[in-house]
Design a protein around this ligand. Structure first.
Ligand code: 16G
Ligand code: ZN
Length: 528
């Protein structure tokens, strides 16, 4: 349409479903071209993640299950924005500039969001059009985003028969194997139910299948918001719970019971509970990252891989990657009390993922619950050496720690943040530590915080630097924020233009909720 410009943002294209058909049409073409170039299958995921049901979105997934290469984002944007008359010319430009061998075969994988409007958009456009472009298309129907990443990576790795069932079998057996080792170390393994709000999205049916494969005697998962009555992402789901800091509508909570929420495409996970005074307690991506990293680090210490390795001089690097949204107290806890290395990147999974790969073990989470762990080949080799270097004189504790690290790695979906795998990982760690949600949330206390959004005429005039922690332009804004922050004990605040909505986002934290709310409001006014 005239005067409409779309751009391939942090998570592909997003917008009102009714106006997006041409974007899907063209992404079908682009997927086919990229597949020819990479000589591998490319994924096309149709989802608007945590956005309301009337929205839709599309993103491409690269061969190993990673996000589309950043250099192609601008090609996607250019292709989506030309007029029909310019389309052929634009395609030629892409083919020439990227030197795409048109004679190569191409494959696209696609799957769609649980939503009526998608049926029309997908079937008519993406799929048919990629086929018309010479691609062999594999329709995977409804999947969570991480399931498509996983299946694509397996397929391109040579397992051409991989399907959804393969995903369940893989993670269910990894989880059972880890729990087996965990319960061997203990007399009485504790199991209590976990209630999971699936945001009325695709995750409900998928989690039910995964839980069935594991078995109700091993994990007790109660699915809430399964899409039977409520609307996708409406008053529920990980984003709602995180931003509103309250339970999904209609959920009657009991103190110290474990609750979790997925978002609509099940790539985000957060936990929450009530304390004995019925205060709402959130365990977000920061707390999950802290749990994972300390678990890995503690087991590494027990295994003492370095001692057992041939070249003991090389250290394994464990790091946690956060964004500016990470709670100040989580950062303090990890650096000062746990002595774990921290890195900060701009918002968006691709940035965190890229940074995580620079560590041997990179635990990355956005506070909103999107995250996973990446393990280097070097770490894998060390782990194998650590395991095989055990002799009968080594303690049982050491042997178990090595085994646990190996099995923990197996329940992680390394391609992308995966709510289902992350849930299994949290549940396994809590069982191993014999922890209830209470011990977990007490590892550190969050600073009260508030998120807000401001409508402005053009959010793009705001430019940020230092991993979005500072405003560069307009130049008067950062000094104004600094001055406001100084007024509040433990105050911190930043603003950034959203990558998915036409708003500027504001984050503030301070010593009390009142102060955090106040600071967010003052900074919002400064932006306005
Ligand atoms: C997208 C990103 C998510 C990020 C969010 C920020 C991916 C797969 N998803 O959902 O990581 O937190 O955008 O949204 O990268 P915002 O720019 O509107 O705040
Ligand atoms: Zn999502």
């Amino acid at each position: 349409p005239d005067n409409v410009r779309v751009s391939y943002g942090t998570a592909g294209f997003r917008g009102n479903a009714s106006g997006m058909e041409y974007v899907f049409f063209r992404m079908g073409m682009l997927a086919a071209l990229r597949s020819k170039l990479k000589e591998a299958a490319i994924g096309v995921m149709v989802t608007a993640s945590h956005n309301p049901e009337h929205d839709n979105g599309v993103k491409l997934i690269d061969p190993q299950g990673e996000m589309l290469a950043q250099s192609w984002e601008s090609l996607a944007t250019a292709l989506a924005n030309v007029t029909n008359d310019q389309l052929i010319e634009q395609l030629k430009q892409i083919i020439d500039s990227q030197k795409i061998p048109l004679s190569n075969t191409s494959f696209s994988f696609y799957c769609k969001r649980l939503q009526v409007s998608n049926e029309v958009v997908c079937n008519k456009t993406t799929f048919a059009n990629a086929s018309a472009f010479g691609a062999t298309c594999h329709d995977h129907g409804l999947l969570t985003t991480p399931q498509l990443h996983y299946i694509l990576a397996c397929y391109n790795g040579g397992d051409i028969k991989v399907d959804e069932e393969h995903y369940y079998q893989n993670y269910a057996s990894a989880f059972k194997a880890l729990l087996n080792v965990v319960s061997l170390c203990k007399l009485n393994p504790v199991t209590s139910p976990v209630t999971v709000d699936c945001a009325n999205g695709v995750g409900a049916a998928k989690l039910t299948k995964l839980a069935e494969r594991i078995g109700a005697n091993i994990i007790d998962i109660v699915v809430y918001n399964d899409g039977q009555s409520g609307k996708l992402n409406e008053n529920c789901g990980a984003d709602y719970v995180k931003v509103q800091q309250r339970a999904p509508a209609g959920l009657n909570m009991e103190p110290f019971h474990r609750y979790a929420s997925f978002d609509g495409d099940a790539d985000r996970l957060i936990y929450y509970t009530l304390d004995s005074d019925c205060n709402f307690i959130l365990l977000d991506g920061d707390k999950i990252a802290a749990l994972f990293a300390t678990y890995i680090r503690d087991n590494l210490k027990k295994v003492n891989i370095e001692k057992n390795s041939v070249s003991a001089s090389i250290n394994l690097r464990l790091g946690i990657i956060q964004t500016a949204y990470a709670n100040g107290n989580s950062t303090n806890f990890l650096i000062n009390q746990q002595n774990i290395e921290i890195a900060c990147t701009p918002t968006g999974v691709k940035y965190l993922h890229e940074k995580a790969l620079t560590f041997d073990i990179g635990v990355y989470f956005e506070a909103n619950g999107h995250g996973t762990v990446s393990f280097s080949l070097f770490y894998l080799k060390r782990l194998q050496k650590g395991e095989s270097a055990f002799d009968p004189n080594k303690s049982a504790e050491e042997r178990f720690a090595a085994k646990k690290l190996k099995l923990f790695l197996d329940i992680i979906n390394q391609t992308v943040g995966d709510a289902m795998c992350d849930l299994l990982a949290v549940e396994a760690i809590l069982q191993d530590k014999n922890w209830s949600v209470k011990e977990w949330y007490r590892i550190y206390t969050e600073l009260p915080n508030r998120q807000a959004k401001v409508q402005v005429a053009d959010r793009r005039i705001i430019e940020t630097g230092d991993a979005e922690r500072k405003v560069i332009l307009p130049s008067m804004l950062q000094p104004a924020i600094d001055e406001l922050v100084r007024k509040y004990p433990s105050g911190r605040s930043f603003v950034r233009p959203s990558g998915t909505e036409d708003v500027v986002r504001v984050y503030a934290e301070a010593n009390t909720q009142e102060n955090a709310d106040d600071l967010a409001q003052q900074v919002s006014l400064a932006v306005y």
